[in-house]
Structures are given as C-alpha cells and as structure tokens.
Design a protein around this ligand. Structure first.
Ligand code: ADP
Ligand code: GN1
Ligand code: MG
Length: 365
C-alpha cells in the first residue's frame, strides 16, 4: 500500500527515537500490516527502527493487541535476563512514544508502534535445506516453551476463531454462494477440492472441545519468515510478529510452519510442479520443534501435529480462496489472481500430504 513518505516520517517522529529521522522506507513482505524501516542519526551514529501500522480491519481491538504484545515481550525479556539470554536480540523491544505510551492511534484509528530493529539478521521466505527448517522448528518450539507458564487469561483473543477451521469453511461457503466478483465459475475444481475436507476440518476443534487437546499460549502465525536468523551463525534468534499470540493448540503452530516451510517453492508459485510437501523438510522441522517442546507435549498433542500440518495448509488455502472470491480485501496482493495462486499451492501441498500421511504421523508420534 502506498503511503506518503512525509506522513510516515511524521509518525516516526512521534516516537522517542535516538536523534533525527533521516529516512523511512517500506520493509518486509507481510500480508497484513504496513512495515517501515526507519533510520535516524545523532552524534553517536545511525540507528534503525521498525515502524508498523497495524491493519485495523484485521485487528479490530488495537488496544488489546498492544496489551498482549507488551505482556508477552516483557515476560520473555525477564526470562531472558534471568537465564543469561540476550534481551536485546532475542525478543522484540517496543520503543515508547514521546508521551511514554507503547503505541499510538492515528486520526483514522490505526495503531502505530515501533520496535528496535534487530541487526545482522535475515529471514527465510523459502528454505533450501533441512538445517534451516530445523532451526526454525527449534525457534517456535522454544517460543512455546518460554510461554508455557504464562497466564493465558491475561491475553485478549486478537482475532476470534482465528484457527477455527469449520468457521473458516462457513465463511468460504458463504463466499461461494454470494460469488460477489463473479469468479466462482473459474474456480470450480478448487472449490470441489476444498469441500472434500469439510468433515476433516472439524478434527482439531472437536478434540479441543472434548478436552483431548489442551489450550496453550501459542503464536498462531508461525510462517517461517516470522523467525529472525543471526547472519553470522545462521541460528534462529528471535520470534517476531506477535499480533496473534493467544490461547491456541500446538498443532496450529507446528502446522503453519509446515505449510510455509516444507514447500521448497514460493507460496504464490504458479508452476505447481515446483510445489510439494517435502517430507525431508517436514522431518527436519519436526526434529527441531520436538527437541525444544517435545518433553511437554501429551501423546494426543504429538499426533495432532501432523493433523495440524494438513489442517493449517488446508485452512490457509480456504482463506486465500475465500479472499479471491470476495475480491482480495484481506491478504495484500501485488498482482491479479495472486490469492488464487496461493490457494492452489496450499491445496497441492494438502494433496501431497495424503501420499505420505502415515509417515507424517509416525515422525511426530
Ligand atoms: P506482518 O504481520 O505484516 O508479517 P511482521 O511483524 O512479520 O509483519 O514484520 C514484517 C517484516 O519486517 C518481518 O518479516 C521482518 O523481516 C521485519 N521485521 C519486523 N520487526 C523487526 C525487528 N524488530 N527487527 C528486524 N526486522 C524486523
Ligand atoms: C498472514 O502477516 P503474515 O504475512 O505473517 C496471515 C496468516 C497466514 C499468512 C499466509 C493475521 O501472515 O494467518 O497464514 O498471511 N496473518 C493473519 O501467508 O491473518
Ligand atoms: Mg510476518
């Protein structure tokens, strides 16, 4: 989304940054928020910050969201200090506004916030080998364990029913029925593919309702680019994008990383012959995740990880297709048909998972 540079600079100026703002530029490739890299300068040199405008259509309770982010980052920071970790590089640090608040609202009601930019890092949008995904798995497993004793009742549900897959199907069926953009006829095979999974979609929420799976504090948006990696060592150092940290199932976190990481092609790749669910990458992620979090999971939760992989991939495909049918108002697009291409890659991965389903279960059990 285009935003006037002088406006973004003025927003940056409202935070208590070191020195004078010298530049702002678009940053990152998230589908939801608007992210900017801000550079400032003072007598000590150049300083970098990450400024974000939170998407108010997606996150309707900006205040609750920022309370969550404050609570979670403060909790992790204390744990890092007590355990000899690095509280500057291993957790996000919110920079206060000039009035001492941790965020501000602009005139249109958008939340703006600033974090210290963690330096000398990179993130993967696709991985090329298992070691990279093992590291990502370790990072998200570690994050879940860090929050194991965090009081979940402190957290607002920033997006209600975020991973309630049956509800996602309801929204999908409504979009199919309404066909606002007259796109339905062109996506009949994709609609049919998704509809085969309507029963399966209930699996995790049913298990949760029956008490077979525990609610924990989970990240819920464990796309692989939400882990920052240290340039020097290649090791994962910080989990970011904390807007959806709330009570959830471990299957969601495990699953969304497989969705985004076990495919060696891009999320919007048009050549589906390049898109696969790479079983070696799946195993690598599972090994990293379980190394960190395995000891606290119940047997039912372990089994649920594979289900989560299929569920999150299916759910995300359904969400992309819903958005395509509704006119692309949720996920940012950079070209026509991008959400449809995204849906197709997800469904291709689900189809691939069916071929190795028993092996997928075995790895996590
Ligand atoms: P979105 O919700 O839109 O995905 P993110 O919070 O993930 O937004 O931020 C977008 C990108 O900006 C990330 O993928 C990461 O590359 C970068 N980023 C965000 N915060 C920081 C930070 N504090 N330090 C360094 N890079 C960051
Ligand atoms: C969005 O913000 P980002 O790009 O990390 C979305 C996720 C999807 C993902 C698909 C709040 O994540 O749920 O899995 O796109 N985040 C939200 O790429 O809806
Ligand atoms: Mg992100």
């Amino acid at each position: 989304m285009y935003m006037d540079t002088s406006f973004v600079k003025a927003m940056a100026d409202r935070f208590d940054l070191r020195g004078k703002v010298t530049s702002v530029r678009d940053y990152g490739d998230g589908h939801i928020n608007d992210t900017f890299l801000v550079e400032t300068r003072d007598a000590d040199g150049v300083h970098d910050y990450i400024l974000q405008r939170v998407n108010k259509n997606v996150f309707t309770d900006g205040q609750g969201l920022m309370q969550n982010m404050n609570a979670v980052t403060n909790y992790i920071r204390i744990a890092l200090i007590l355990s000899g970790g690095d509280p500057v590089r291993e957790v996000l640090t919110l920079v206060p506004t000039r009035e001492g608040k941790s965020y501000l609202f602009d005139e249109e009601g958008y939340v703006w916030r600033t974090t210290l930019r963690i330096s000398d890092v990179f993130s993967y949008s696709v991985v090329v080998d298992g070691d990279q995904l093992f590291e990502t798995g370790r990072a998200f497993g570690h994050f879940m364990r860090q929050l194991d004793r965090f009081d979940a009742s402190e957290l607002k549900e920033t997006i209600p029913n975020f991973h309630n897959t049956p509800k996602r199907f309801e929204a999908f069926e409504k979009a199919v029925e309404e066909d606002k953009m007259c796109r339905r006829a062109s996506v009949m095979p994709e609609i049919a593919f998704a509809m085969q999974y309507k029963e399966f979609a209930k699996t995790l929420v049913d298990q949760l309702e029956k008490g077979e799976l525990p609610l924990r504090v989970t990240h819920n948006d464990t796309k692989i680019n939400n882990v920052l990696m240290d340039k020097a060592s290649g090791r994962a150092i910080c989990v970011i994008d904390l807007d959806t940290v709330m009570p959830g199932l471990v299957a969601y976190d495990f699953g969304d990383s497989i969705r985004s990481g076990a495919n060696p092609a891009a999320e919007d790749e048009r050549d589906l012959s390049k898109v696969t669910m790479d079983f070696e990458l799946y195993k690598a992620f599972a090994n990293g995740y379980l190394e960190e979090a395995g000891s606290i999971l119940t047997p039912a939760e372990r089994r649920s990880l594979a289900i989560g992989a299929k569920m999150m991939t299916l759910e995300c495909g359904v969400r992309f297709l819903t958005d395509y049918l509704e006119g692309d108002h949720y996920f940012k697009i950079h070209r026509e048909g991008q959400n449809l291409d995204r849906a197709r890659t997800q469904f291709k991965m689900v189809a691939d998972m069916e071929k190795v389903w028993d092996e997928m279960l075995k790895v996590v059990e």
